[in-house]
Structure formats: C-alpha cells, structure tokens
Design a protein around this ligand. Structure first.
Ligand SMILES: C[S@@+](CC[C@H](N)C(=O)[O-])C[C@H]1O[C@@H](n2cnc3c(N)ncnc32)[C@H](O)[C@@H]1O
Length: 362
C-alpha cells in the first residue's frame, strides 16, 4: 500500500511500505525504515563535509531519493543530484523532491555512465550487495579531493562465509574464526584503497562501521601518486602469533591467515568528534543509539585492531564465560590496552597475547 513516511526533516512518498528487519527486498523505490539511523549519520557526515568545503553532492543509487533529499533539506547551501537508473525510482525521486520543496536535481542514469561525465565533492554509493561494480568507474568523477561513502551488504562474503567469492571479488582471504566482521570491513577498505592507488588517488577512511547486515565507510579520495603510495602503506596481512598481528608486506615472515586488508586506522578521531558534535545539536529519533555508536567508534580508534570473541575464548579454554568488564579490568591491570568494540558486544579488543587472555579466563 502507498504511504508517506517521515524521516529527519523530510516526508517520503512510497508506492509500498515494508517494515524490513534485515536487508529487505530489491524493488523499485526501495526504502528500509530500519536504516534511518544510518541515514541520520549520513546527514551528519555530509554536514561535516560541507563545512570542510564540499559543495556538490551526489546520491548515486538513490531508490526513493531519501538520502539526497535529506541532504538538500537538512544541510542547505549545497548542490544535490539524486540518481537512480530505474525509471520508476526516477519518477518517485522527482515526486519526493517536489513533496519536500527542495532544490535538488533528479537524474535517471546508469551510475557508471554518469560518473564519466560529471564531477562531485561527495559521492554516495549505497548498492544492493557489493559496491565493487561502482568502484572502478568512480575515478573520473573525482576532484582533487572528493568525499566518498560506500556501503557493502555482501557481508557474508567479506566475513568469510563464502571464502572463494571474497578472493574472487575482493582479492583477499577473509577471516572466519574470530573477528571476521572487522576483518571484512578492513578488506572492503583495502579494496577501495587499492583501486584508488591504481588511478593515482590516495584513499583515507574517516569513519567506518558495521551495523546490522552492512558495512559503511566514509572516506576521502585525494589526487596524487604520493597520496596513493602513502595510502597503500596501510595494506597488509593478518598473522596469528599468540594473538592477532597485522603486518605490512615487508614485515611478514610467517604464513598469513587473512588479507590483504587495511591495517591502519579505520576512523579519524577529529572527524568522529566533529560528526558527534553535529549529531548532538540535531533532533533525531534514534539520537541516543547513534551517539552510542559514535562513542564506540571513537573509543576503538586508540585500541588495537581486531578482537577476541569471549564466547570462543571460553570454549577454547573450556570454562564459563567471565563478565566482559572483568576481562577488560584484568587486562588493564596487567598494563595492556583493552576495551569493547561496536563490531561485537561480547568481544574484547586488546594488545595482550592470547596466552595472557586465556590465563584471565581460567
Ligand atoms: C539499496 S538501493 C538504495 C537505497 C537508498 N540509498 C536508501 O538509502 O534508501 C539501490 C538502488 O540502486 C539502483 N541501482 C542499481 N544499479 C544501478 C546503476 N548501475 N545505476 C544507477 N542506479 C542503480 C537500484 O535501482 C536501487 O534503487
């Protein structure tokens, strides 16, 4: 049944409303209400990008147009183009632009074609499944500096349920046993950075996270061979040496378990702080939840990469799972860094060797 939903400061007309819990079904004018929080964060990140000079924004895979319409309405003083190749979606986007009386342009093109003839300061790639088909056609559309947002919903592939597909598509071996979500996100970032380097662009992730069934990365593309060189210094492998070690190509001397993947920071503290400040000042239905996510992301920046799932460690040492906070306190008492992660609520990030973690469990 047709419906009008309200989200942020806009109203969106839908041909049919579906209250999806997971990824939802592919159909013209697709709208997933569960992702409101993701789109709230999108508005906040774009407000940050606008403050830092971005003017021309593209919602490249728009469906109803909600992301672009929210930017046009809630940020202001920016140019917004909203594109979808599906003619029914295009009609819906035009209708929704009119409904909200916003200054935005609807486009009805194959994104890869559009990206060959126009340039943007911000490009949003929010596909069904993998963003891979859109990454290699991106580079002509980039300016000297262009912000990029990429979603991937093929998390089963990136997290190792389909190892062969991950190798075939992302050219990386995924992690399956533990920490597979963070490893999957790092594989996605490395893929984008490697493609960027081939086109003499450096990619830097600014705010990255996993939520429900998808990964999302906000980053910046910067033109220059030097930038590209520096960016790919952050690509390496995971080895197991009494715990996770992430090493770059030169330092590898044992058989890697997974990779290549991004081994540098996946979010930048100044960006997360700036986005948090923007969220704090805005009215949002799920603000508390979003602030919690951003706080997690911020705290994780200073913690070691990857994590140990407490249920799996307990199984390994054949004991009952201790309370997470107790494990963190014990590790910190011993002088190690330790903390929680948004990737998995029952997991610990730490630089302690696995033998020490196991001792704490017993
Ligand atoms: C996951 S939906 C986008 C959801 C939307 N961004 C949101 O937040 O609600 C993906 C959209 O991409 C469109 N699409 C897929 N391939 C495309 C292409 N090559 N060019 C343009 N649009 C495309 C589909 O028609 C679909 O509407």
């Amino acid at each position: 049944m047709a419906a009008i939903v309200e989200e942020g400061e806009v109203k969106i007309f839908l041909e049919e409303f579906h209250n999806y819990r997971g990824p939802g079904r592919r159909r013209a004018g697709f709208y997933n209400p569960a992702l409101e929080i993701d789109r709230d964060l999108n508005v906040a990140f774009c407000a940050y990008a606008a403050k830092n000079g971005a003017r021309k924004f593209l919602d490249g895979l728009a469906a109803t147009g909600i992301r672009g319409i929210r930017l046009a309405k809630e940020i202001g003083n920016i140019e917004v183009e909203i594109n979808d190749y599906n003619p029914k979606s295009y009609e819906l986007i035009k209708k929704n632009i009119e409904l909200n009386n916003v200054d935005a342009i609807a486009l009805n093109e194959n994104l890869c074609v559009l990206l060959q003839r126009k340039r943007y300061d911000y490009i949003d790639i929010d596909p069904y499944g993998s963003p891979i088909p859109f990454i290699s056609c991106l580079f002509k559309a980039l300016k000297k500096r262009t912000y990029l947002a990429v979603t991937a919903t093929d998390t089963a592939t990136l997290c190792g349920a389909y190892k062969k597909a991950c190798i075939r598509k992302y050219h990386s071996i995924p992690l399956r046993r533990m920490a597979s979500k963070e490893a999957g996100l790092r594989i996605l970032i490395a893929y984008v950075a490697k493609q960027a380097a081939s086109f003499d662009y450096g990619f830097k992730p600014l705010l990255s996270y996993s939520w429900g069934h998808f990964f999302r990365v906000y980053g910046i593309m910067e033109r220059g061979a030097g930038k590209a060189e520096r960016s790919i210094q952050n690509i390496g492998w995971v080895v197991w040496d009494d715990g996770w070690k992430l090493l770059n190509f030169e330092k590898i001397d044992s058989k890697p378990l997974a990779g290549p993947m991004w081994i540098g920071k996946i979010s930048e503290e100044d960006v997360v702080n700036a986005v948090k400040e923007i969220v704090e000042k805005k009215e949002m239905k799920r603000k508390k939840e979003l602030m919690k996510l951003l706080t997690f992301i911020k705290e994780e920046i200073s913690l070691p990469p990857l994590y140990y799932e407490t249920g799996k460690v307990a199984k390994d040492v054949k004991v009952r799972q201790p309370k997470l906070q107790k494990i963190i306190d014990e590790l910190q008492k011993k002088g190690y860094d330790a903390g929680r992660t948004h990737f998995m609520l029952n997991a610990v990030k730490t630089n302690a060797p696995y033998s020490v973690i196991k001792e704490i469990f017993t």
